[in-house]
Design a protein around this ligand. Structure first.
Ligand code: FPP
Length: 245
């Protein structure tokens, strides 16, 4: 009998993506399939994020940016927005239990001005609690939009020019990069979107310039360490040219 040989490639530990962006999509569909409310899908999605972040930290990924709530998600039914905010509040409030022993640094990126005082306090607490850690940085993108991020950076440059603190010649790609929420993170190497959708949905627009993309049909709550390993194995097969030949 002839059996097809299984793919036994191993991760090249010298070529681990430094920064991975994840669009955690398919939570609603995951829940619907099981006759559960959408909030159950988001709750499971949060568990998946934790599992995947722990795996990424173990294999040496330096940074994960996860899309938790976009600037457009406010347009969802109020009940879903409230449920998502409650989930984020609980998740951040349980940072001790969620992140104990993981060495993960948690940061929130996005426009925090529209978030409630309660959520902002929970973010401050979670960021402070994990700030002494030395492992992977988890950027949770909350009320985040790529266009809003670029607009904010452009406004900030315009203000500096108007105030005479910067010249027009002093505006460069570098200066814009330094004004993005991800200024202190490595370049984004890989962006993952599960659930069979093939678009960026306003996620990391500036940072995606030379990122590799990886898509799959799996709904985010079902995403496993094996799927992440496969995404990285595929990434390692890509020929990244950065515009060169
Ligand atoms: C998109 O899937 C996902 C979201 C709008 C929310 C993602 C947020 C979480 C997983 C919450 C956990 C995050 C933290 C940090 C606690 P969808 O709900 O639109 O799914 P669908 O396309 O199947 O309807």
């Amino acid at each position: 009998m002839f059996f097809k040989k299984k793919n036994r490639r191993k991760l090249d530990m010298n070529n681990i993506p430094q920064h991975i962006g994840i669009i955690m999509d398919g939570n609603g569909r995951w829940a619907k399939k099981r006759g559960l409310p959408r909030s159950a899908g988001h709750r499971m999605g949060a568990e998946t994020l934790k599992k995947i972040v722990i795996y990424c930290n173990k294999i040496g990924v330096k940074c994960v940016t996860a899309y938790a709530f976009s600037t457009e998600n406010w347009n969802r039914p109020k009940s879903e927005v409230d449920a998502l905010m409650d989930l984020l509040y609980t998740y951040l409030g349980q940072v001790e239990e969620q992140f104990k022993g993981t060495n993960v640094i948690l940061r929130v990126i996005g426009d925090r001005s529209a978030l409630s005082d309660k959520i902002n306090a929970a973010i401050d607490h979670a960021e402070e609690y994990t700030s002494k850690n030395t492992g992977l940085v988890l950027n949770v993108a909350l009320n985040y939009g790529g266009r809003a991020e670029i607009t904010r950076a452009a406004k900030s440059l315009a203000e500096e020019i108007a105030a005479g603190r910067r010249t027009l010649r002093g505006v460069s790609e570098q200066s814009l990069s330094e004004l993005m929420y991800t200024a202190n993170s490595p370049e984004v190497d890989l962006i993952i979107r599960p659930s069979g959708e093939y678009r960026l949905s306003n996620f990391l627009l500036w940072q995606a310039a030379y990122a590799e993309f990886w898509f799959s049909n799996i709904n985010w709550p079902d995403f496993s360490e094996k799927d992440m390993e496969q995404a990285i194995l595929d990434y390692q097969m890509r020929n990244r040219r950065f515009g060169k030949v």
